[in-house]
Design a protein around this ligand. Sequence first.
Ligand code: NAD
Length: 349
Amino acid sequence: MFDLKSLSELEEFDNHKLVTFVFDKESGLQGFIAIHRGNGKHPSFGATRLWDYNSEESALRDALRLSRTMSYKAAIAGLKYGGAKAALLKNGHINRDKLLKSYAERVNFLSGHFVTGTDVGISDTDVKKMRRRSKFFVGVKTNPARYTGLGVYFALQACLKERFGDETMLDKSIAIQGLGKTGSELLKLVYQESSKIYVTDLNKDTLRNIKKLFPKVIIVSPDKIHFLKADVFSPCALYHTINKANVEELQFKIICGSANNQLESDSLADELYRMKILYAPDFVVNAGGLISVVDEYEYGNFRVKRVVKRVEVIKTNIKKIIRKSKRTGRSTDKIARELAEKTFQSYDK
Ligand code: NAD
């Protein structure tokens, strides 16, 4: 347990619009829904995570932090929705079907102010089950990870154009960290063009399968990936992969990947800028999945062409951010944050 009096003093708390505790003893449901910003009658979007948090406090902190990131992501992608997130504890005593049912009921209770879908620990099948009880679950027709991967690819093209004068990966090397849902989507897209592809993952079975499907990849161990001499680094696994301990040693020209919160602290963006490493801000790059579920929510159906067109905004945004960064001599991350904040500052808190 933690001291509830201090909730508003948690460093992740950013004047959130609503933080709610969800609990149901019978099913083992326990966790938080955090809504960072709302925008009038429009709902706030954010996926639901079911994770082995070691305490209620760490789940709460995760929900607060990630809901804030979602506001940045939606605003910069030109979506009119605020950011939200749910973090549920998986404490070993859950009855999954009952938990999904009682969670869906609580989402209904928020009357559409919160729209959610799959994140770590919640499968597509879980979402489909909850969708039968609540229309505020999305991602049942689209495949968000595919469009997150595509968005990373579009962002990468903008970075390549800036650094090398050409959008293609021909004669360029890339190091991909993490070959899960999004990393493998990116790999598919760069595989034919790229001259050298280094990959790593903690899961040996994943690596074996990838090597079978994509024989020319070069597998490296997870602790070596940061120190390769490659043109591009694509973090598609963890948060805080770029940190104080490794930043000085990075030799990449571009960093562009799907992972959330890639930088351990905001000041590392300035460091990368000083080192002339072009960093594509994570929340701009990885908005493709969100764009695809928003599209499903708005149209009630799924059309590949329409979603691809919408995901292209990521490339336009990265180009715009790079231009402004060059003009003002400030990091791409700072520029992107300012642009997003300008948008959601007008939203109701
Ligand atoms: P995933 O769980 O499918 O894949 C992550 C992969 O990274 C796994 O294969 C795992 O074994 C590997 N991994 C974990 N730690 C590692 C390490 N230290 N070194 C190497 N590999 C490691 O997850 P995902 O859906 O691909 O998401 C990846 C990242 O992208 C996460 O940070 C996620 O929050 C972010 N993201 C995902 C989406 C989406 O649509 N899925 C959208 C936006 C952001």
